[in-house]
Design a protein around this ligand. Structure first.
Ligand SMILES: C[S@@+](CC[C@H](N)C(=O)[O-])C[C@H]1O[C@@H](n2cnc3c(N)ncnc32)[C@H](O)[C@@H]1O
Length: 254
């Protein structure tokens, strides 16, 4: 059996700068380092040190946050603080089947695929070809392509019936896609829309209630980093004031 690790890994230099290494390539051109023999790197144990061109790097397994920090950005993407809340709020875990509408850069798709794992499935719709290509590249880099089916097209064309545990959407008018969501969900399945304005929250929740969804609610998730210094530990002055609202409901059995 090969002793090569087939998971994304990170090189971290002494200043804490990190560089993602994709496991499938033999030689990788890494911006800021140069050409590295990734096959050789993958044989080294995690936590060990390696010298490349006179500089010392620690070899780490890439975390999901490392992978997300390295994706190519297109449309505004959902940050980890919010995707974590979506996972827990919608009961998404190993084996879950998730329908996603609005793939965008694929940041949420990566998180969903990472957690549903090989026993689960993420089916995602994106009508902008350029964004679908970008998301596909990002998923490939994360090593998660096999868990995701990307459909390049309008989500309204989805004709799935009772197949999904969760429907998640990041589109401007989620209420227009409630019918297909309702059809696609299993009874008691979770619906989630990620929207940036209160007006959208209100319209989504009203439409969910009119369609018979239960446990409808919206949350905002604020996250503040703590700067740790001896005797002066305090919250960071830089806090992202607003991202989006997580708006959820559950389908009744009918
Ligand atoms: C804000 S982005 C999604 C970002 C994504 N959640 C992420 O974390 O990277 C919204 C995406 O939805 C797509 N979109 C909007 N309405 C759609 C629809 N009805 N069917 C398919 N895609 C749609 C847009 O083209 C855009 O790429």
């Amino acid at each position: 059996m090969s002793d090569v690790k087939r998971v994304p890994l990170m090189l971290m230099d002494e200043k804490g700068s990190k560089y993602l290494i994709i496991p499938t390539q033999e030689m990788s051109e890494i911006k800021g380092i140069g050409v590295v023999d990734s096959e050789r790197l993958m044989k080294e144990p995690f936590g060990s040190k390696i010298e490349i061109s006179g500089k010392v790097y620690m070899i780490l397994e890439a975390s999901l946050l490392d992978i997300l920090a390295n994706i190519k950005r297109g449309p505004q993407w959902i940050m980890a603080k919010d995707s974590a809340q979506i996972l827990v709020g919608c009961g998404i875990g190993p084996g879950s089947k998730v329908l996603e509408i609005g793939t965008g850069s694929g940041a949420l798709t990566i998180v969903l695929a990472y957690y549903v794992g090989p026993e689960g499935k993420v089916v995602t719709y994106e009508y902008n070809e350029k964004n679908a290509r970008l998301a596909s590249r990002n998923l490939d880099q994360a090593g998660l392509t096999h868990i995701v089916e990307i459909n390049v097209g309008e989500a309204a064309d989805c004709n799935s019936v009772g197949e999904f545990d969760t429907v998640v959407m990041d589109v401007p008018q989620p209420w227009d896609l409630l019918d297909i969501s309702c059809k696609a969900l299993k009874p008691s399945g979770h619906f989630c829309a990620y929207v940036p304005t209160m007006n959208q929250v209100e319209q989504t929740i009203r439409a969910l209630r009119e369609s018979g969804f239960i446990e409808t609610r919206a949350v905002e998730n604020l996250q503040r980093e703590i700067v740790v210094g001896k005797g002066g530990t305090r919250p960071s002055f830089e806090m992202l004031g607003h991202t989006g609202y997580i708006t959820v409901g559950r389908k009744m059995g009918r």
